[in-house]
Design a binder for this molecule. Structure first.
Ligand SMILES: [Zn+2]
Length: 629
């Protein structure tokens, strides 16, 4: 029942008051608001309308009659879906009139696809600290000024490393036949010496330095296809995925076994990471070996069916954007089918040659990493110093135009800001948008923003963990907080593609979940039904969560984000879903607005104490009194 569920806040039976038919009007003394409550004993529904001064008793009576008639018809229809996290007895006071205005502006007068084309078609890929990232930064600042935001500025978070841009990459088979292959420079790859034609040689994965010996003196002037040829089986899975009700029900149940795999939560098994760290560090040595042997370029297989991937895992080393780790050899990712064809020929001693041109350019060794920040100033004298944040990351990889990862999150945040400004919303708390840089290399933009404004957590200093960015290291604690930690109400993030918001990951914050459950009622007809205490991983909200601040990622419909667009050449405008982006921007605006208007800040989880983890999880003593020791 979409229309009704948009005006009713939903409660469990028994919490809505026991009197049958009790429309009441009463004054809430502390802030002069008038509230109309309507409760039905037979139905698990309760409505509260809030009127802000100046109010008219006549209007309130009319509204109450309308609500009564709505509820009468509601009692005869199916019940709305209710998220499984139990609601609190305390009823959230929602400004349903403003929520309706946000819905109208965002659903019927959207500009989100204009932002999409301007940013993705007009500017394109936005690799951190690249010239095109800087263009996107300027464009975002300009759009934020135009929509009427205040305090619009770029904020540097660190010396990121080398500015770099791909000018163009081409790869053609020249023997034993001719073909044009799909190819793409790996980010921060050096350039070849212009166009080079050379013989192709296949080198299997090298596991340790002694494996280099076999290849010494055999690689000069060659183009190396490095690694095993991937087996390409037809993929029976649909490209376009949607979460069905069963999947959402799964999200609503808390994972008592701790399994949060489907939410991108990273493994906390040190053995998993130790292996990954070592492999990435060894790849840097492989690159140096090939360079020492005067290889022309290294080609690696990176996707089939017209999709090629380009991200951290495909470069020769992790920190290739740092001048001290600059990749020693040009490298490109190529279609796995092209790799397979050359690999089969070479393994049967058929001479293969290609013409390759990897054209790239470096711009400075110590370019700043920047975030884009802007605000809508709070107006309540007692609350305006408190801040509600929203955002997504502006940076992306280079094969596509970063439309879904995370251009979608950036334009959802922009459009949410535009909606709020278009309606001339005067929020009680300050609303602040952040478009992060450096997310793809290690959530740097948000992590450094949080550490410079709100608080820090210290990380493991084990030597093997220094081989990867901080977000992959074990937290050692303690969390140290700054004064503004007390003023950050919440951060809402969107970074799982273009799909609509189906709910929100409450990150184990059961008190906040009970609030969100009530906020879901007026937007359940938009598909927003699922509040889960599960956690999401690998997005910028984690930077907030790990220092004890409420940071949240929405549950997004997956569409073809995982199957096709994330970190690939297919991450372009055509992968976007206009209806989903409109829905997401509306819900983002409503969540931010609700947070900004609450009398209290959103509830928090206890401050994390990673430094106590060992002590808190160590086995109890005295369990086996008769044990030998
Ligand atoms: Zn992302």
């Amino acid at each position: 029942m979409p229309v009704l569920s948009s005006v009713l806040s939903v409660e469990k039976p028994g919490t809505a008051g026991q009197k049958p038919w009790c429309p009441t009007l009463h004054r809430v003394a502390h802030n002069s608001k008038l509230t109309a409550s309507l409760c039905l004993s037979e139905e698990p529904r309760c409505l509260r309308l809030t009127f802000y001064p100046p109010y008219s008793l006549k209007i309130m009576k009319i509204a109450t009659v309308i609500v009564l008639s709505l509820c009468l018809s509601a009692s005869a229809t199916e019940k709305p879906r209710v998220a499984t996290v139990p609601a609190q007895l305390a009823i959230e006071t929602l400004d349903l009139v403003t929520i309706a205005r946000i819905r109208d502006e965002g659903l019927n007068h959207s500009h989100v696809m204009e932002y999409a084309s301007g940013l993705f078609d007009g500017i394109g890929a936005r690799l951190t600290a690249s010239p095109d990232f800087k263009k996107a930064e300027q464009w975002s600042l300009d759009q934020l000024r135009r929509l009427g935001a205040s305090n619009v500025h770029a904020e540097s978070w660190d010396d990121f490393g080398m500015g770099w841009q791909q000018i163009g990459t081409s790869l053609q088979l020249t023997a034993p036949s001719t073909s044009t292959f799909l190819a793409q420079a790996t980010p921060w790859s050096p350039a070849t010496a212009g166009e080079v034609t050379g013989e192709v040689i296949a080198v299997p994965p090298l596991k340790e330095e002694k494996d280099f010996d076999k290849w010494k003196g055999k690689l000069a002037g060659k183009i190396v296809i490095y690694g095993d040829a991937p087996k390409i089986n037809p993929n029976p899975a649909n490209l376009l995925e949607h979460y069905d009700e069963a999947k959402l029900e799964h999200f609503r149940s808390y994972p008592l076994d701790g399994d949060q795999n489907e939410s991108h939560v990273l493994s906390n098994d040190p053995a998993v990471w130790e292996k990954a760290f070592k492999e990435m560090a060894f790849l840097e040595k492989v690159g140096h070996f090939f360079a020492d042997e005067h290889v022309v370029a290294v080609l690696r297989p990176a996707g089939s069916g017209g999709v090629i991937h380009d991200d951290t895992g495909i470069s020769l080393g992790w920190f290739v954007y740092r001048p001290e780790h600059k990749q020693a050899i040009p490298s490109a990712v190529i279609a796995s089918e092209a790799f397979g064809r050359m690999h089969r020929l070479v393994s049967h001693d058929v001479p293969v040659s290609v013409r390759i041109n990897i054209a790239t350019h470096f711009y400075g060794d110590h370019e700043p990493g920047n975030n884009v920040i802007a605000e809508i100033a709070g107006t309540d004298p007692a609350l305006k110093d408190q801040v509600v944040m929203l955002g997504g990351h502006l940076d992306c990889w280079i094969a596509g135009t970063g439309a879904t990862d995370d251009g979608a999150g950036a334009i959802i945040a922009l459009e949410a800001m535009r909606i709020l400004r278009a309606l001339n919303i005067q929020p009680r708390r300050t609303i602040r948008v952040a478009l992060w840089g450096g997310e793809e290399q290690g959530v740097f933009g948000s992590a450094r923003y949080v550490s410079s404004h709100f608080g820090t957590v210290s990380y493991s200093t084990k030597p093997e963990e220094q081989l990867v960015p901080e977000f992959l290291r074990q937290q050692a604690g303690p969390v140290t907080i700054k004064p503004d930690h007390a003023k950050l109400d919440a951060y809402f993030n969107s970074d799982n593609g273009t799909g609509k918001f189906l709910g929100i990951f409450a990150e184990g914050n059961s008190a906040a979940a009970a609030v969100f459950q009530q906020w879901a009622a007026p937007i359940s007809d938009l598909g927003f039904t699922t509040i889960t205490l599960r956690s999401a991983g690998s997005t910028d909200h984690v930077s907030f969560d790990q220092v004890g601040l409420p940071g949240f990622q929405f549950i997004q419909d997956p569409r073809d984000y995982e199957t096709r667009s994330a970190h690939t050449n297919q991450d372009v405008y055509e992968r976007l879903s206009e209806p989903d982006l409109k829905q997401a921007a509306v819900i983002m605006a409503i969540f931010v607005y609700n947070t900004a208007q609450r009398d209290e800040m959103l509830p928090r989880k206890p401050l994390p104490h990673p430094e106590l983890e060992e002590q808190r999880t160590k086995p109890l003593e005295g369990i086996y009194p008769t044990a030998a020791k």
